[in-house]
Ligand binder design. Structure first.
Ligand SMILES: Nc1ncnc2c1ncn2[C@@H]1O[C@H](COP(=O)(O)OP(=O)(O)O)[C@@H](O)[C@H]1O
Ligand SMILES: [Mg+2]
Length: 313
């Protein structure tokens, strides 16, 4: 992996010298992304500090949006600038959970009616959100020029320390590309056998489609009765992933099944705000502290990530 990363850096250094275009080293490049990545980026800025975290699952309704939003809040409390991007095509609901009605979304950016800056909504909780609902389905139909312009536009988000992307459940190619291009890809499951089976399904597809060595897959067990139950779910999954897929799946932690979660959803306020000391909040805080400690020395950055995604659609 070291060798590969060094080779790519070398390519990019060469590119930079010969064309004046700066690019990203491609440390986490997946199998499919290498070519696109080595092509060089139109992005001029040094935007490598943004850490991109995707949250995904096999099955819907396991807690992705709650995790994304509340994790964002916990990172914000550590002094980070955080953006939550809603990339769930089917059930976009980050805004609903925060009681926000966005006027515009990424669709308007793609159509050049609005800039990212225009659609970014600052919330009262110190995090910003990007509504993506109908926008993402348009990406496949973009011309090369539109795509390039869009990537440059997304670069506006490089002010953020952390971008959390709440993806849809399942295995659409959009979702897979997000996962493969992220610095951290969190897979959420609950202890229910159906959720575990579906989580395993998506992990298996990631392992087959991409070079799993380069993807930092992390597992979160949501709605657990306690640490022991979560650990046994995690052990089973990490063992199977290691044994059959040769894939390293890190167990990041668990979240209690906690009545505060549905209560907060109904009130359209994050549980980290309504009840910062509830079991679910304490678990989120713990997860985020762990992630912050395991921070990558050099995250890929927003430009690199979106270039990887959109250059291969
Ligand atoms: N830790 C939890 N404890 C109790 N209920 C939860 C928990 N996490 C999620 N839920 C319930 O599951 C529902 C779906 O969560 P959500 O975050 O919208 O899932 P997803 O984004 O994966 O579809 C929530 O509205 C809530 O009622
Ligand atoms: Mg959701």
């Amino acid at each position: 992996m070291e060798d590969q990363a060094e080779k790519l850096r070398e390519i990019m250094r060469h590119k930079k010298n010969s064309s004046g275009i700066s690019g990203y080293s491609g440390e986490r490049t997946g199998k499919k992304n290498q070519a696109a990545n080595a092509e060089g980026s139109a992005l001029q800025r040094d935007n490598r500090k943004t850490r991109i975290i995707t949250v995904t699952s096999g099955k819907g309704g396991v807690g992705k949006t709650n995790l994304s939003v509340n994790m964002a809040l916990a990172f914000a409390r550590l002094g980070k600038k955080v953006v939550v991007m809603d990339a769930d095509l089917g059930l976009a609901n980050v805004n609903v959970m925060l009681n926000i009605i966005p006027k515009y979304n990424l669709y308007h950016v793609i159509k050049k009616q609005k800039s990212i800056h225009d659609i970014l909504v600052e919330t009262e909780y110190g995090i910003s959100i990007v509504a993506g609902a109908s926008g993402f389905s348009q990406i496949a139909n973009m011309s090369e020029q539109e795509r390039q312009d869009f990537i440059s536009e997304l670069d506006t988000l490089s002010f953020a320390d952390i971008i959390i992307i709440d993806t849809g459940a399942g295995v659409s190619s959009n979702v897979l590309d997000f996962i493969a291009a992220a610095d951290d890809a969190i897979i959420v499951t609950t202890p229910e056998p159906t959720a575990i089976t579906d989580a395993y399904g998506i992990i298996k597809i990631i392992a087959m489609e991409y070079d799993p060595v380069n993807i930092g897959l992390k597992l979160v067990v949501n709605r657990a009765k306690g640490a022991a139950e979560a650990k046994s779910v995690a052990d089973r999954m990490t063992n199977i992933a290691g044994q059959f897929l040769n894939l390293k799946l890190d167990y990041l932690g668990f979240i209690y099944d906690d009545q505060s979660v549905p209560t907060s959803v109904r009130q359209q306020k994050p549980f980290m705000v309504i009840d910062p000391k509830c079991k679910a909040s304490l678990c989120i805080q713990h997860l985020v502290e762990r992630m912050d400690k395991n921070r990558l020395v050099e995250p890929a950055g927003i430009g690199a990530m979106f270039k990887k995604i959109f250059n291969r659609t």
